[in-house]
Design a protein around this ligand. Structure first.
Ligand SMILES: [Zn+2]
Length: 280
């Protein structure tokens, strides 16, 4: 028996040997979804029409207790009758967390294998290991595993206000919580202090972990936090962040990240807590 928290998608490197089997059909970085369906997997029989176009398959684990693998299909399948292509970002907004975790893993595993065909040490071709998901160099016995890059994202609060910034490449009016990659050797807490200070010139304290989210654009893990401001004077770096302001919880910017993203979740939690404090 697996714990309820692991029902739905259970990532694994080998099949459990179930009678049925699910397939996640992928073309490029997009998922093929049967017309009229809301499922990101198809049953094995349905996948048979794609078998001819399958260039690679990787075990993903079990989906609702049934073995599941990803098939990388050639580009002809984009126009396959009875199916449509959907990109990962659209799925983020339209499917459950479980389904998104499954397609994230599907796309990331394929991409990782495609970009690690040769050993970084000696240049020999790598091979898929049989016992786990590593790619192995037989010449120098090095194994490489899927690369996951941790990032921190934080909503900094100053009482009833929160700090939101606009990145250089974003349109006017679009704001989000501050975020950045961890440097090698750095803790998540250090990265939070550094990113907020570098991007907005603000010092923080009382860091509180909220949750994490796989972010397959391409292989990040978003770690979400709330924190309190120690200083409130804003001084943007002008490189990553061109504009940042303190926003009152009932006068937030027009364009905010959707709730399906970690940033959206942090903002929602801030509003909830601020409203409760104001009412209380
Ligand atoms: Zn090597």
């Amino acid at each position: 028996m697996i714990p309820p928290a692991l029902e739905g998608f259970f990532p694994a490197n080998s099949h459990a040997g179930t009678a049925e089997r699910y397939v996640v059909p992928v073309v490029g970085r997009d998922i093929l979804i049967a017309t009229g369906s809301r499922e990101v997997v198809v049953e094995r029989e349905q996948a048979d029409v794609m078998r001819f176009f399958c260039e690679r398959r990787i075990v993903l684990g079990q989906w609702n207790g049934i073995d599941c693998e990803v098939w990388q299909l050639s580009s002809e399948c984009r126009s396959m009758e009875g199916f449509g292509v959907t990109d990962l970002r659209s799925l983020l907004l339209s499917v459950s967390d479980d389904q998104f975790a499954l397609v994230s893993r599907a796309v990331q595993m394929l991409e990782w294998q495609t970009t690690h065909r040769y050993c970084g040490a000696c240049g020999a071709a790598t091979e898929s290991a049989t016992e786990d998901h590593a790619l192995r160099c037989l010449a120098c016995n090095i194994s490489v595993y899927p690369r996951i890059s941790p990032c921190v994202i934080v909503l900094v609060r100053d009482g009833e206000r929160c700090l939101l910034g606009r990145q250089m490449t974003w349109p006017e009016g679009r704001f989000s919580a501050l975020a950045g990659f961890l440097e090698a050797g750095e803790s998540a807490e250090q990265a939070l202090h550094r990113e907020v200070f570098e991007e907005a010139g603000v010092e923080i304290s009382n860091i509180r972990y909220v949750g994490s989210q796989a972010w397959p654009f391409p292989g990040q893990l978003m770690l979400g936090f709330l924190a309190d401001a120690v200083t409130t004077e804003i001084n943007v770096d002008g490189i990553e962040i061109v504009e940042a302001h303190w926003w009152h919880y009932n006068q937030l910017p027009d364009i905010l990240p959707p709730i399906a993203t970690m940033s959206g979740r942090l903002i929602a939690q801030f509003i909830e807590e601020a409203e409760a404090a104001a009412a209380g």
